[in-house]
Design a protein around this ligand. Structure first.
Ligand SMILES: N[C@@H](CCC(=O)N[C@@H](CS)C(=O)NCC(=O)O)C(=O)O
Length: 162
């Protein structure tokens, strides 16, 4: 399966505390021809895409990595939304000034949350059954020089800001 990572990455720098200046992005935000300007965005020829899930969907579609059967499409939908929920939970914790206090609670609940993914994967080799999906793209990205493991969040976060 051909997996290509040909893209140009555009990074916007945020200023330091206390102002967290976002002017680099804000100066361009409405000049890119995006219908719903936001970060991240992906411009792929005529397609100007925002919303992370739509971007994953576009990459998966282009590389023929989408769910095809009814069951695969349902799993794909559930998993995408589950991942977003879990990401939002982490972000809520990491941007919270009470991070230190809330961290213990989050860590306590984490194994049960991860167990659900583990149980799901225990039933089948890949998240969509026998079919490998976006994982291939992510794996290729992680092996490439473009891979940026940190920062996880912006400078405004208490954790994951570096
Ligand atoms: N639902 C959107 C959320 C996007 C979002 O909140 N982006 C933040 C960074 S994580 C941002 O700074 N957007 C730029 C803006 O609002 O101008 C997605 O999944 O892409």
């Amino acid at each position: 399966m051909p997996v290509t990572l040909g893209y140009e990455e555009k990074k916007y720098m945020m200023g330091d505390a206390p102002d967290y200046d976002r002017s680099q992005w804000l100066n361009e935000k409405f000049k890119l021809g995006l219908d719903f300007p936001n970060l991240p965005y992906l411009i792929d020829g005529a397609h100007k895409i925002t919303q992370s899930k739509a971007i994953w969907g576009c990459i998966a579609y282009k590389h023929n990595l989408c769910g095809e059967t009814e069951g695969e499409k349902i799993w794909e939908d559930i998993l995408e939304n589950q991942l977003v929920d879990n990401h939002v939970q982490l972000a809520r914790l990491c941007y919270n000034p009470d991070f230190k206090k809330l961290k213990a609670e989050y860590l306590e609940a984490l194994p049960a949350m991860l167990k659900l993914y583990s149980q799901f994967l225990g039933k089948q080799p890949w998240f969509l059954g026998d079919k490998i999906t976006l994982g291939l793209e992510i794996s290729a990205y992680m092996k490439s020089s473009c891979f940026l493991p940190r920062p996880v969040f912006t400078k405004m976060a208490v954790w994951g800001n570096k």
